[in-house]
Design a binder for this molecule. Structure first.
Ligand code: CTP
Length: 419
């Protein structure tokens, strides 16, 4: 692991907290910068002084400590890390995380973070098996939280069972795998389209749609995290340009197509944009006046002549020269999701389709979560392979898709680190 890696370690209450001291030392030996937050419960088991000494940094303890807040706030603590690790993760902190409760520095940092989170649960086996903990874990998994352990063994109260925190070396291996995972798309290039397109009617009006660009931007970021060189071609969105990604801003489908063609050759193309299928045949160079447009011709309603836009996904899929090795499209459906997506896979000539349910009940458009099915074209032209993914945060869908891409086109994944 390189000197660049920054980790936020949250130590919550549990006898296993002493093992986190060893974890800090091992991480520091590997050049990882470790900042620690000790919860009130955590501080019952290890002292802020031991944590700070091993981390060679101040240990942060309480949201309401004015000193801490004046030095570095919870937002910065969570943002200035590449990864957040909660070890040990008590039943209590998992419940708070699952429910978005932020009542101390640790849980506030966890709610404020936009970084991946790994938990290393540690608790009594009955607490681990309790339906409430099961529910919380399922929810955290949906949110994209990663987990290492717990393992079976002797527990603090003299009982034996599952609930023991994974050994520090195992947690370290998971952290190393996470950081090294950043290389599974190294040396490869990806083109991602995102957001809506705006097709002008006149200088102030346009045909558009409600796409937020969240999913496409998250896919671009996830591919970049795995080491791909990414070009993101984005229609107008409120999403910020992802860090370290060449982002080309376009308005119309025609501009999007030409930016995509300019980006070739690439290894992978992911067309996540909601491209407007139609555009005004002749956008007016001047603002259309209501009086002239609708009443000028004897009270007839305004008629707009529309022409079809180029299909970017189909164009990239059909290329004979410089066709990306893997072309992935999206299908937004409100009913018969898999059936319609299967038709789209054939019609567009792409290799995979990510089909998502955008019915109003799903909350997909503009929301944070997505329920998708991944359709993979069968080489022998049979029915596609269909993977049903659970409802997940758009960032989790993006990470999973990037991992699938890496398995399909990436160099072989590195061996898990031996510690
Ligand atoms: N797409 C594209 N260029 C277009 C239209 C769509 O690249 N002009 C891509 C989208 O980025 C997405 C996929 O094609 O990957 C979606 O196909 P489309 O047929 O537009 O899907 P829907 O909008 O769901 O179409 P329909 O209304 O026919 O269901």
């Amino acid at each position: 692991m390189s000197d660049e890696k920054r980790l936020l370690l949250i130590i919550s209450g549990g006898i296993a907290a002493y093992k986190s001291l060893y974890l800090i030392r091992r991480l520091r030996e590997r050049g990882v910068r470790v900042r620690c937050i000790l919860t009130k419960g955590g501080a019952e088991f290890v002292t802020a002084l031991s944590v700070a000494t091993l981390a060679q940094e101040k240990a942060y303890t309480d949201l309401f400590s004015l000193t801490d807040e004046s030095e570095i706030g919870h937002i910065r603590l969570s943002r200035e890390a590449d990864l957040v690790v909660v070890a040990p993760a008590s039943a209590d902190i998992l419940a708070k995380m699952a429910n978005g409760i932020a009542d101390d520095l640790a849980t506030t940092a966890l709610l404020a973070t936009d970084k991946p989170v790994i938990i290393a649960p540690a608790m009594n086996t009955r607490m681990w098996q309790h339906p409430a903990t099961r529910r919380n874990l399922a929810r955290l998994e949906t949110d994209g939280v990663l987990r290492v352990g717990p393992v079976a063994g002797a527990l603090a109260e003299g009982e034996v069972g599952e609930g023991r925190m994974a050994e520090p070396d195992e947690i370290l291996a998971a952290i190393e795998r996470f950081f090294r995972g950043a290389q599974t798309l190294a040396g490869l290039t990806a083109l991602v389209t995102s957001g809506p397109t705006h097709e002008p009617i006149d200088p102030v009006r346009f045909i558009g749609n409600r796409s937020s660009g969240k999913q496409g931007h998250a896919i671009a970021a996830a591919c970049a995290r795995l080491g791909a060189g990414v070009t993101l071609v984005s229609g107008p969105t409120a999403e910020p340009d992802p860090e370290g990604i060449e982002t080309i801003h376009v308005e119309t489908a025609q501009e999007m197509l030409s930016a995509c063609l300019d980006a070739l050759p690439v290894d992978v193309a992911v067309c996540a944009a909601a491209v407007s299928d139609w555009r005004a045949a002749e956008p007016s160079p001047k603002k259309l006046k209501k009086a002239r447009a609708s009443r000028g011709a004897g009270n007839r309603p305004l008629a707009l002549d529309l022409v079809e836009n180029p299909d970017i996904l189909a164009t990239l899929s059909a290329r004979t020269a410089q066709r990306p090795r893997l072309v992935i499209g999206f299908a937004a459906e409100t009913e018969n999701v898999v059936e319609f997506a299967t038709e789209k896979l054939a019609a567009k000539g792409c290799d995979w389709i990510v089909a998502n349910d955008v019915s109003p009940e799903s909350g997909t458009f503009g929301g944070e979560t997505n329920t998708v099915h991944l359709l993979i074209k069968d080489g022998k032209a049979g029915a596609p392979l269909v993977e049903d993914w659970p409802p997940s945060a758009k960032s989790a869908v993006a990470s999973r898709l990037a991992e699938c891409i890496a398995r399909a086109v990436g160099p072989a994944s590195p061996e898990p680190a031996s510690s």
